[in-house]
Design a protein around this ligand. Structure first.
Ligand code: UDX
Length: 459
C-alpha cells in the first residue's frame, strides 16, 4: 500500500520504517530539511535499537523515502499518518498547532479519497478538529474528495519501539463507521495492519473518541501504578519493610500483576508527564477534577528529588567540597532521551548546594550535555561543576558516593571491589534498586535503595 507519514520524529520514523519493512511504499514528510538530509544519507537522528538497520534496508529497497515536499506527500499515500509533536502548552494542554497544520496541508492538496490517521497523542475530540480543518480547506478549493479521520494511538516504549510496533499487544483503531467513507477507511486500516495481527486478532475497533481516550487512560494508569508504588516505597523505608518483597507479594495476585510496579526515583520521558497533565487539563475543560492524577503528578515531582533528599540527609545541606558520581542520565535505559529525566533534578539538587558531579551514561552523553547546558543557561557557574566522563569507572574517582539514576544493564554487575577502592567512601544511592541491600551490606557498602530500608532493619 502507499502510505504517507507526516513527521519523522520518534513515532513517525518508527511507524514509517516498520510499515515499509512489511512491504508498503512509504513516503515520510518533515518540515526540517536537516533531518530529512540526515535520513536520506542513511543516518537516524534518534537512538532506537534496531531502527537504523530497518531504515537503511528499506531505503535501499526503494520502499522508504524522506522529503520536505508537501504536495508530493499528500499525492502519495491513500493513508496519511499524522505523527507530529504535540508539546504541552503553558497550561499543560496538548498544543495542536502542528497536527492542524498537517491536516490543512492535506486538505489543500488532496485529489482523491484519503484516510487521515491521528498517530500523535492527541486529546479527545482532536479528530473532529482535524476533520473540520480538512473540510474547510476542501471548501475553499471547492473540491469534494471523500476522506475519513481515524484515531490509531501508539503504545511504543522507547528502547523497544521497533519490537512494540512489529509485535504489538494490541492495536487500537477508532473509526466512526456510519458513513461509506468510514467503512472504506476500516477496510484500508484492516489491510494495513494485517501483518501485525499474528496468531490472533489484536485489533480493537472502536469509535474515534474512545480510541483517543484509550491512549491517555493507558498512560495515566501506568503512571498511577508507579507513583503509588513510589509512595509505598517511601513509607516502607520508614517502617523497615522491603518494597521488593512487597512487590512480589502483591504482584502474585493476577488482578495486580508484577509489571510496572518498580519503585524508583520517578518516571520521566516524553509520554507519562505530558499525558498525565494533558488528561487533567481535558478534565478541567469539562469541569472535572482528576484528584488521583493530580496526586500522581505531585508524587512524581517529589520522587524525582528522593535521591537528592537521601544524599542531603546523609551528607548535610551544604555539599560544598563534596563530589558525587552519577551513573545513568537518560530517563530510562536503551534511549538517549533526556526529557523529564530524573537525573536532571538530582544534578541540580547537588550542584546548587555546592557539590561537583561526574556523570556517565552509555548513550545519552551528547544529549545530556546539550540539555544540561540549557538547564543551567542562566547559571553557567553551576554547569562548571558537572564533569562529563566516558566510562562508569572514571566517574567514581574520589567521589564521596555513587548515585544510580538509570537502570542500564551494564550497571548491574559492577566490579564491587574496584568500586569500593575508587570511591572516597563506600556509599551507594541506588535510584533503581539494582542491587540487593544484604549483599551490598556484606560487601561493606553503605547502601540506600528506594523502599529497601536495610539500614532501618539493622538498627
Ligand atoms: C510509555 C508507555 O509505556 C508507552 O506505552 C507509551 O506509548 C509511551 O509512554 P516510555 O515513556 O517510552 O513509554 O517508557 P516506559 O518504559 O513506559 O517508562 C516510563 C518511565 O517510567 C521511565 O522513567 C521508567 O524508569 C519509569 N518506570 C517504569 C518506573 O519508575 N517503574 C516502573 O515499574 C516502570
Amino acid at each position: 500500500m502507499k502510505i504517507t507519514i507526516i513527521g519523522t520524529g520518534y513515532v513517525g520514523l518508527v511507524t514509517g520504517a516498520c510499515l515499509a519493512e512489511v512491504g508498503n511504499d512509504v513516503f515520510c514528510l518533515d518540515v526540517d530539511q536537516r533531518k530529512i538530509d540526515i535520513l536520506n544519507s542513511g543516518g537516524i537522528p534518534i537512538h532506537e535499537p534496531g531502527l537504523s538497520d530497518i531504515v537503511a534496508r528499506n531505503i535501499a529497497a526503494g520502499r522508504l523515502k524522506f522529503s520536505t515536499d508537501v504536495a508530493a506527500s499528500v499525492a502519495h499515500g491513500e493513508v496519511q499518518f499524522i505523527a507530529v509533536g504535540t508539546p504541552p502548552d503553558e497550561d499543560g494542554s496538548a498544543d495542536l498547532q502542528y497536527v492542524l497544520a498537517a491536516a490543512r496541508n492535506i486538505g489543500r492538496h488532496m485529489n482523491g479519497f484519503r484516510v487521515i490517521v491521528d498517530k500523535s497523542t492527541v486529546p479527545v475530540g482532536t479528530a473532529d478538529k482535524v476533520r473540520a480543518a480538512i473540510a474547510e480547506e476542501l471548501k475553499k478549493r471547492d473540491h469534494n474528495s471523500g476522506f475519513a479521520v481515524v484515531s490509531n494511538p501508539e503504545f511504543l516504549k522507547e528502547g523497544a519501539a521497533v519490537e512494540d510496533f512489529m509485535r504489538p499487544d494490541r492495536i487500537v483503531i477508532g473509526i466512526d463507521e456510519h458513513t461509506p467513507d468510514g467503512q472504506r477507511a476500516h477496510a484500508l486500516m484492516k489491510k494495513l495492519y494485517l501483518p501485525f495481527n499474528r496468531n490472533h486478532e489484536r485489533t480493537f475497533w472502536m469509535d474515534v473518541r474512545s480510541a483517543e481516550f484509550t491512549k491517555y487512560a493507558a498512560n495515566a494508569m501506568l503512571a498511577t501504578r508507579i507513583s503509588f508504588m513510589n509512595e509505598l516505597a517511601n513509607l516502607a523505608d520508614k517502617v523497615g519493610a522491603d518494597i521488593e518483597a512487597v512487590r512480589h507479594g502483591i504482584g502474585s495476585d493476577p488482578r495486580i500483576g508484577y509489571n510496572f510496579l518498580y519503585a524508583g526515583c520517578g518516571y520521566g520521558g516524553s509520554c507519562f508527564p505530558k499525558d498525565v497533565q494533558a488528561l487533567e487539563r481535558t478534565a478541567r475543560e469539562y469541569d472535572q477534577n482528576l484528584l488521583v492524577l493530580q496526586a500522581v503528578e505531585a508524587v512524581n515531582d517529589r520522587q524525582k528529588r528522593i535521591l537528592g533528599a537521601k544524599i542531603i540527609e546523609r551528607f548535610g545541606q551544604d555539599l560544598s567540597g563534596r563530589h558525587f558520581a552519577i551513573w545513568g542520565l537518560a530517563f530510562k535505559p536503551n534511549t538517549d532521551d533526556m526529557r523529564e529525566a530524573p537525573s536532571r533534578v538530582l544534578i541540580e539538587q547537588l550542584v546548587s548546594r555546592g557539590a561537583t558531579v561526574a556523570v556517565y551514561d552509555p548513550v545519552a552523553m551528547e544529549e545530556a550535555r546539550r540539555v544540561l547546558t540549557l538547564d543551567f543557561e542562566s547559571r553557567p557557574e553551576l554547569l562548571q561543576r558537572i564533569r562529563f566522563v566516558d566510562t562508569p569507572v572514571n566517574a567514581l574517582e574520589a567521589a564521596d558516593a555513587l548515585a544510580i539514576v538509570t537502570e542500564w544493564k551494564t550497571f548491574r554487575s559492577p566490579d564491587f571491589d574496584r568500586l569500593k577502592s575508587m570511591l572516597r567512601q563506600p556509599v551507594v544511592f541506588d535510584g533503581r534498586n539494582l542491587f540487593e541491600p544484604e549483599i551490598m551490606a556484606d560487601a561493606g557498602f553503605e547502601y540506600y535503595g528506594i523502599g529497601r530500608s536495610v539500614k532501618a532493619r539493622q538498627e
